[in-house]
Design a binder for this molecule. Sequence first.
Ligand code: 4GY
Length: 231
Amino acid sequence: MRVDILSLFPDYFSGPFDVSILKRARESKLLDIHLVDIRDFAPRKGNYAKVDDRPYGGGPGMVLMPEPVCQAIRSVKREKSHVVYLSPQGKKLTAAKCQELSQKQHLVLLCGHYEGVDERALKEVDEEISIGDYVLTNGCLAAIVLVDAMARFIPGVLGHEEAAGQDSFQEGIFDAPHYTRPEMFEGIPIPDVLKRGNHAEIAKWRRKQGLAKTKRVRPELILKETENETE
Ligand code: 4GY
């Protein structure tokens, strides 16, 4: 999959994409990430490229101008591209959405800056996605979150292929607790069921644990699950 990330801070992305699983995914060509600087598409006044201007109607801060944003998008857009604008005003990112996006050939991710993007630039956008109900200083971190969570669904990115499915939220409930050695840690033992090695019994125990914690911490997810089951 190819991903183009359009932002004012391409440097922001060195680090997250250069370690561990995403690094390996890029090296093995499963993920081809390109960083595009929106400023490269701004009209130049001498050697200064202006990308922002004051909001019509007044108010604080600056707005990302439509021309550099549209030109940046068009510079990478192809027939099979899916263009996403990351902003707090979008649909909330979910595991299901990550899985859906992982099947695209080409993702174009537009990061918001300042107070946001001129609304007219959004005609080049297919969907607006939010990573959560809070406001970041810019959209770069949101793009990193989306790429990271989405990449886990690309076949071959995780070593063990069943892992993305078994983790939290794929079944609408939390993942079960995990244990490794030692057998006793500061007086706390491993649950007996995990040591007996009865796989059916373990699967049942894990589901029960995941469900119990979901009920306690995120009861609204259980309600969503039963809604889904009655569909
Ligand atoms: N939440 N989900 C988010 C964000 C920064 C003001 C528009 C979010 O996706 N992006 O908070 N982005 C804002 C900052 C302009 C983007």
